[in-house]
Design a protein around this ligand. Structure first.
Ligand SMILES: NC(=O)N[C@@H](O)C(=O)O
Ligand SMILES: [Mn+2]
Ligand SMILES: [Mn+2]
Length: 469
């Protein structure tokens, strides 16, 4: 008998011994559950898929939305929950508690990205992750981001209730500061996780509108203790084998078309600009119009120029918003001597968006000439590329949706999400659910518990599939 022959026989013998270690009943159970979830029979080629009932505690989930929305600095039904404020810290504690109740092992990084882990049968493999954010811009709603955090924890509960055992570990992530409210940069937590050196160094000097530094704010919330170098937050590429985020659509399409699930194929490319003009100000009564260099009118003119350039981009996919316009000294009878404008512009076509940014810059320069004001700042805060979803994640979501007999639609996301940056680390995808009239970033934002439940079931099934790959 040749040496190779001898080794093969030996190997088969060893495999049989180890398999026999797992009781046949256990082996049968795991195999059945894995077959039911992967939609594939372990023994036959992959053509049969069957869905199993995923039991979800929608009553508890509904209560959790209400309870979490109470951690707000604005009155019900609006939600305001800004990074590292007391309400944010309380809300984080609430979510960590839910993670522990779900049996997840919880850890946090230096800036408060929170990770809840369920070890798989092969914990050494790269895990599958899901997650979103709980920070909320001023006077917004209770579903943006929160569906992707509370829904993710419930998806884990659903899988545990069904007896499923993941092969790859599953992680739920609460990302720090997806909203740009406090420090002017969106997706701060996921951007840093994806290894942004620029951001890591910028955060050393970044302050908020109260002149509180990022590090002091983080420390006041219990993070960044004795840490200045935030590169410790960086994750390695491939840290996760896949990432999938559940989120409300924040647009009207799914509701209008009566479709349950949106399968996101791409996330539009966001950019934000900060512009400041300086004029000579003066008395609103005494200074005649020809002698004015009004920084306020310069800002107003630029805001209209943003709209003009966006409308002339030749595509409906180009959008531009002046969400912040502040005047100094801000007195009715004083000509504005300074103006501060923040511009948000996006497109699924990065070059087309960048052309708009260039035109806005040219307009700002032209306005300084026509109005005799100084352009004291024109800075690009972020100018991110769009992100494409991974085919493998899209396929897993499609199969899960089909098995649950839910309708679905491939679509792009015009809002940005932490997925935009997780896509730099691992194959990524998103699951959208309908929301009332597409409202978001306002108190009327609403998603029915049935739509949330559908999203959570699709997420649970998708996570199971990805964890077996
Ligand atoms: N999803 C979402 O609302 N993200 C925002 O931060 C945004 O401005 O797109
Ligand atoms: Mn948002
Ligand atoms: Mn969001």
């Amino acid at each position: 008998m040749s040496l190779l022959h001898f080794h093969t026989v030996l190997l088969i013998l060893l495999l049989c011994i180890s398999f026999s270690a797992i009781s046949s009943k256990q082996h049968e159970e795991i195999t059945t559950t894995m077959e039911q979830f992967s939609g594939y029979s372990i023994h036959e080629p992959p053509h049969s898929s069957q869905s199993i009932s995923l039991s979800l505690d929608s009553h508890a989930l509904h209560n959790q939305f209400d309870e979490l929305s109470a951690f707000s600095d604005s009155p019900h039904p609006s939600v305001t929950r800004v990074l590292y404020t007391d309400k944010d810290v309380l809300a984080r504690r609430y979510v960590k508690n839910l993670m522990e109740i779900a049996g997840l092992s919880v850890r946090e990084d230096a800036i408060g990205n929170i990770f809840g882990r369920w070890d798989g049968l092969e914990p050494e493999l790269a895990a599958v992750a899901t997650g979103s954010h709980i920070d909320a811009i001023p006077y917004s709603g209770k579903y943006d981001g929160v569906v992707g955090v509370l829904g993710a924890i419930e998806a884990i509960n659903v899988l545990k209730r069904s007896g499923f055992k993941p092969r790859r570990s599953l992680e739920v992530i609460l990302f720090t500061s997806e909203e740009p409210t406090r420090f002017g940069i969106g997706c701060l937590g996921s951007r840093l996780l994806s290894g942004s050196e620029n951001l890591a160094s910028a955060l050393k000097t970044t302050t908020d509108s109260q002149n509180i530094s990022f590090l002091d704010a983080a420390r006041s919330a219990g993070y960044a203790k004795d840490i200045d170098d935030l590169s410790s937050v960086f994750l390695k590429k491939g840290a996760y084998s896949a990432f999938v985020e559940l989120h409300i659509e924040q647009g009207p399409i799914l509701e209008d078309e009566g479709i349950s699930i949106g399968i996101v194929t791409a996330i539009a490319a966001p950019a934000s600009l900060k512009v400041e003009f300086e004029g000579n100000g003066g008395h609103a009564g005494a200074v005649l119009m020809p002698n004015r260099n009004d920084a306020g009118l310069a800002a107003a003119e630029l805001a209209l120029a943003v709209e003009k350039h966006v409308l002339e981009s030749g595509s409906i996919d180009t959008v531009g918003t002046v969400g912040i316009l502040e005047l100094h000294p801000g007195a009715i009878n004083s000509i504005p001597s300074k103006s501060h404008i923040e511009i948000d512009t996006r497109d699924i076509d990065e070059e087309r968006r960048n052309r708009v940014i260039e035109k806005i810059h040219q307009s700002a320069i032209k306005i300084t000439k026509t109005r005799g004001v100084k352009l004291s700042e024109f800075s690009i805060i972020n100018q991110d590329p769009p992100a494409l979803s991974s085919e493998a994640v899209i396929k897993a979501v499609e199969t899960a949706t089909r098995e649950l007999n839910l309708t679905s639609k491939l679509m792009i996301s015009r809002a940005y999400h932490d997925s935009l940056f997780m896509a730099r680390l691992s194959p990524t995808g998103m699951i959208f659910i309908p929301c009332y009239k597409g409202y978001s970033h306002k108190p009327e934002e609403f998603a029915s518990i049935q739509d949330v439940a559908n999203g959570v079931k699709v997420l649970a099934s998708t996570l199971a599939k990805l964890s077996l790959q």
